[in-house]
Design a protein around this ligand. Structure first.
Ligand code: SF4
Length: 459
């Protein structure tokens, strides 16, 4: 095992402490807490959709939220419902299909789906038959093979499910690994062996999935440097095409996150947490992976790496993606849709979501309609999050923000977080973990709102 950290690039601990503050992950801009329709009027949503989306030949991604899980992982921040009753599958699929019909009607023409992502919850909670019944009508108008991906739980993913999805066009699967250490797995109530992950990874590979991704998490309760080294080394044995290395987002104040199974003392300190990330990153880079954005790594030929090299990397509610469709329609309880005009989120409560659809009501309950300034800042924040730099001109809104917070930007420069020259803000190599802090200073909704309980910390 390797324990000596190559910490030459690490910023001094005072700097890490200074910038390790609560900050948004910018999977949307504005962040969901700052959306301007706290309760969305469905008629308004329908009107904007019909004015800007209807009948056009837009490229479309579909995100389907499948919220059920058999047991609760105590680190989880997702919208999920814990049950072992599989009788919930059929009515849920019926509801999502009815919701899809409503979108096709509003669109005024069949929607040609380019991409699908199944997220959760545990999408593989659903049987192969129910998954097939769900996907077939949604992809019926697709003209060519799209980018279809699914999140799989290593303990609950069968060959039959993977094969069914593969035959429907799914070529990407991500498995939630988190950490292999028994003490960490016990603390987060997610017990799964290396052999289990190896088995599902090999099945997916043999079936022909082209991108197999493993999701790891750093900063988990009880996680030590030895644990992360062991986890990364085991991951390297299976050599997934891409790896997400997520920072554990400790937000126990958010209702329903389930983050109650351990105490604050079980969490690594900020400094240790940073070391966990740096060590994992070092091992992954040494093994030939390329760092993508803030928290992803990929082999050089993998789609995310190719997208990053060609400047086409994107960031959505699903994190970094090579997807660049005109819109993303979210289906299912709590699902979020993204359009050029803004965002919309569905009812989170499964029963209420189903009731709305049964009553022929769209289940959209909140959202955001972009102003011209939002559109411009969204582009700049995406540039920073995906390419670590953004160019702006004299009278732009970014320039106004830079002037307003000039002292802060000068401090970012002095602390080695950014380089600012010729109308360009560029994040330095050492500053990459703090890209969220720079984005937050550009974000007028978040200026002067550094309350600690709005977001998780940067590292
Ligand atoms: S981490 Fe995944 S499997 Fe665990 S409770 Fe959350 S959504 Fe369910």
């Amino acid at each position: 095992m390797i324990f000596a950290g190559n910490n030459e690039n690490m910023l001094p601990k005072e700097i890490i402490k200074k910038y390790n503050i609560a900050s948004p992950r910018y999977t949307s801009y504005p962040t969901i807490l700052d959306w301007n329709r706290k309760s969305m009027n469905v008629e308004e949503f329908r009107a904007v959709f019909e004015a800007e989306e209807r009948g056009k030949n837009k490229t479309t991604s579909v995100y389907i939220h499948l919220p059920f899980c058999e047991s609760l992982c105590t680190f989880c921040g997702c919208h999920k419902h814990i049950t072992k009753r599989h009788s919930v599958e059929k009515p849920y699929v019926d509801t999502v299909l009815k919701e899809w019909e409503m979108y096709e009607q509003m669109n005024g023409a069949p929607i040609k789906v380019n991409e699908i992502h199944l997220g959760g919850g545990t999408p593989t909670f659903f049987s192969a038959q129910e998954l097939e019944r769900l996907i077939k009508p949604i992809v019926k108008n697709a003209e060519q093979e799209g980018l279809y991906s699914v999140e799989g739980h290593p303990n609950h993913t069968s060959k039959e499910q993977l094969k069914t999805l593969f035959n429907l066009g799914f070529k990407r699967v991500s498995f939630g690994v988190q950490d292999y250490s028994p003490e960490v797995q016990k603390a987060i109530n997610r017990i799964q062996s290396f052999d289990q992950v190896k088995q599902v990874t090999n099945i997916a590979r043999e079936l022909g999935y082209t991108t197999i991704s493993h999701d790891l998490v750093f900063g988990l309760p009880k996680q030590s440097l030895e644990n992360i080294i062991d986890t990364v080394q085991k991951t390297l044995i299976l050599k997934p095409d891409s790896i997400s290395l997520y920072s554990y987002a400790h937000v126990p104040w958010v209702k329903g996150t389930g983050q109650r199974g351990f105490s604050e003392e079980d969490l690594p300190s900020d400094k240790t947490k940073r070391k966990l990330y740096e060590k994992a990153k070092e091992l992954l880079l040494n093994a030939g992976y390329i760092e993508i954005g803030m928290d992803h790594f990929a082999l050089p030929e993998e789609q995310l790496a190719v997208a990053m090299k060609s400047g086409k990397l994107n960031r959505t509610f699903m994190g970094y993606t090579a997807s660049n469709t005109d819109r993303m329609i979210g289906l299912g309880a709590s699902a979020i849709s993204e359009y050029e005009f803004g965002y919309a989120q569905n009812e989170k409560n499964i029963k209420s979501y189903q009731e709305k659809i049964q009553n022929n009501d769209l289940p959209v309950v909140k959202g955001h309609i972009h102003s011209p300034a939002d559109r411009s800042l969204k582009r700049h924040i995406l540039n920073l999050m995906c390419n670590f730099e953004t160019q702006y001109c004299d009278k732009s809104i970014v320039n106004q923000q830079v002037n307003k917070f000039n002292e802060e930007f000068i401090t970012f420069e002095k602390d080695g977080i950014i380089e600012k020259r010729d109308g360009k803000i560029a994040i330095t190599e050492d500053g990459k973990p703090f890209v969220r802090n720079v984005c937050m200073t550009l974000d007028p909704y978040n200026n002067n709102k550094m309350e600690s309980n709005r977001f998780s910390k940067s590292v």
